[in-house]
Design a protein around this ligand. Sequence first.
Ligand SMILES: *Cc1c(COP(=O)(O)O)cnc(C)c1O
Length: 348
Amino acid sequence: MGNWEANIRKVVPYVPGEQPKEQDIIKLNTNENPYPPAPEVLNKQVELENLRLYPDPAATKLVDAIAEYHGVDKNQVFVGVGSDDVLAMSFMTFFNSGKPIFFPDITYSFYDVWADMLRIPYETKPLDADFRIKASDYYGENGGVVFPNPNAPTGIAEPVEFVRDIVSHNPDVIVIVDEAYVDFGGQTALPLLKEFDNLLVVRTFSKSRSMAGLRIGYALGNEKLIGYLNDVKYSYNSYTMDLTSIELGTCSIKADDYFKEMVKKVVDTRTWFVKEIEALGFTVLPSSANFVFATHKTIPAKEIFENAREHKIFVRYFDKPRIDNYLRISIGTDKEMQLFVAFLKTLL
Ligand SMILES: *Cc1c(COP(=O)(O)O)cnc(C)c1O
């Protein structure tokens, strides 16, 4: 046998939350939206005959709709196959200095996977005792900065001033703010795009727009940054956005009333749910997302996780230092959360 294995790029892949096959489960483990996409999306007739053609490589329709929605120029918008694709492309495009990039120790667990895969050195910065990101940790010399706001899996949001503080201390690198959950109560960094040419804001249709299955994400930034991102995309795969994503994504952006209504429902359910479980002895971090991060005063998180699973309720448990006694619970429908609360009451 030859030594070909020595030349393989060996990576430790990201592990997504479980997608169980059964129908009758309560699924609160991957932060999906419990409500369907907008009626405009459901009723849209996509011209399937056109599938014989390549899609528009620039996804112009979708890019234009996103630009109009956010009041930015079209060449300030980059789209990709979920924000995971957008973030991976951004790491590839912007983090090439050879210096370590900075991100929090407790955060989206894809960042270190991309950094390892792309051989980007990195340093993680510990969250403080209240699980908050410390801005001053990001002042030092680095090869770039990335963090979610609200952070995951904590759900804690920081104000726009906090982002300004970090960006203004990092004029020589790109700062990426991952706003996957911002619609559920965070403050967006988008107004800062007027002030800073080195800020990239990344968004997704997967959570607040109920379209995780379609895979649409986007980035907003200075047109120069977006130009560089597109150069990398066109050097990798020109047709990342398929016909249905372009059509249905555009519909979703235009269905703004429905979008706002569904976000409000999730936020109201969250408020109710937090009160309920606090009364049962849980401590819940202040959440601005469509999930909560909670720990119980007596029962270990792992035990609740396993017990819930046996009762066909799936939540997320991370067996990692500092957070191994916490559960990340996605906000489902009122009915689902009532059933989960009822389960907790019997367990306790
Ligand atoms: C869910 C999530 C994403 C990825 O979402 P996509 O489905 O790939 O758009 C990115 N960042 C964070 C923090 C997330 O929680």
